[in-house]
Design a protein around this ligand. Structure first.
Ligand code: GLU
Length: 305
């Protein structure tokens, strides 16, 4: 057994004291119903080895983790132009905040807040022939899992509770920072949020970020090495809502979280990780997940600083 495998094996026990301290997301029933004390973690190394522990093969709602994959694909197609329409600064505001957009003239602070992700979804709509199918094919390809699907119930609930996202999209459109019909942008954005993947799928799918942008299973690139660095930088500074400073301080790895309780983390050049546990802290990040990443980094020394 490798050192990594041994440390991974200790994590379920090491985080167990955090169960019951947070709450699963409750803005839609499908997320609120998930059993709180699930815990899984997967690691995929740049050399192509996978390690898993706990519920690492159970699919869950990836929610905002999708923003990493949509940004990467948008950068693949549109390159630097993405950053003419979206900034690269942490927002310091809640992920669905409207107010900042007004005084910053419709340019979202970064691609990982909802306004930024809506612009990224719009860029993809302009570049993909069959946006949903093309995106799904891409995700299936980089995770090597043809069974990945979206969750129709989560998708519908995102619509039913999507008033703020709709408001953001209309607002962006008033600044001409949405080019496609708003209904299509929202539909695609909700679709991205409602994909179901496991920790193992997500660790594999994000391995290109630990490997200079190389597709994990094919002889081609997902993004360039420079784009890889930029995505990792954005994950470090903006990937975990209003808690990105805490994550950089305590974990020290580029991370992207979602309210489904998943967190993807990258050790550049070495490995990609995904941890999942549904109970969230006040800022919307998985509490056991954050604890697991902290412990992992303490024990392996694998932080970027
Ligand atoms: N579907 C959520 C929304 O746009 C994303 C939540 C998340 O940040 O994970 O409101």
């Amino acid at each position: 057994m490798t050192k990594i495998e041994t440390i991974l094996g200790t994590l379920p026990e090491a985080v167990s004291h955090t169960f019951g301290q947070g709450k699963p997301a409750n803005y839609i029933p499908a997320l609120a119903e998930v059993c709180g004390n699930k815990f899984g973690m997967a690691i995929s190394t740049a050399k192509g080895r996978d390690f898993i522990v706990g519920d690492a093969e159970e699919a869950f709602s990836i929610q905002s983790i999708s923003k990493v994959f949509s940004l990467s694909l948008a950068m693949h197609y549109a390159g630097e132009k993405v950053f003419e329409r979206v900034g690269v600064e942490p927002s310091g505001n809640p992920f669905h905040s409207l107010s900042q957009l007004e005084y910053e003239n419709g340019i979202p602070r970064n691609p990982f807040i909802n306004a930024g992700a809506l612009v990224v979804a719009d860029i993809l709509l302009s570049n993909l022939n069959s946006p949903k199918q093309d995106f799904l094919d891409h995700i299936r390809s980089i995770s090597k899992n043809l069974d990945i699907q979206y969750d129709e119930r989560v998708f519908r609930s995102e619509y039913d509770n999507g008033q703020r996202n709709a408001a953001l999209a209309y607002y962006l459109k008033s600044f001409d920072n949405i080019k496609n019909p708003i209904a299509q942008v929202l539909d695609f954005y909700f679709y991205l949020c409602s994909l179901n993947m496991s920790c193992l799928d997500l660790a594999r799918a994000s391995r290109f970020l630990a490997d200079d942008g190389r597709h994990p299973f094919k002889d081609k690139s997902v993004v360039s090495p420079l784009q890889t660095r930029r995505i990792n930088t954005l994950m470090m500074t903006c990937g975990t809502y209003d808690e990105a400073g805490e994550f950089a301080f305590h974990v020290g790895l580029p991370c992207k979280s979602g309210v489904g309780g998943g967190i993807v983390a990258i050790v550049p050049g070495k490995m990609s990780l995904c941890v999942w546990s549904p109970e969230l802290g006040k800022k919307g990040n998985s509490l056991p997940g954050m604890q697991a990443l902290k412990t992992f980094v303490e024990q392996t020394g694998l932080a970027v600083f």
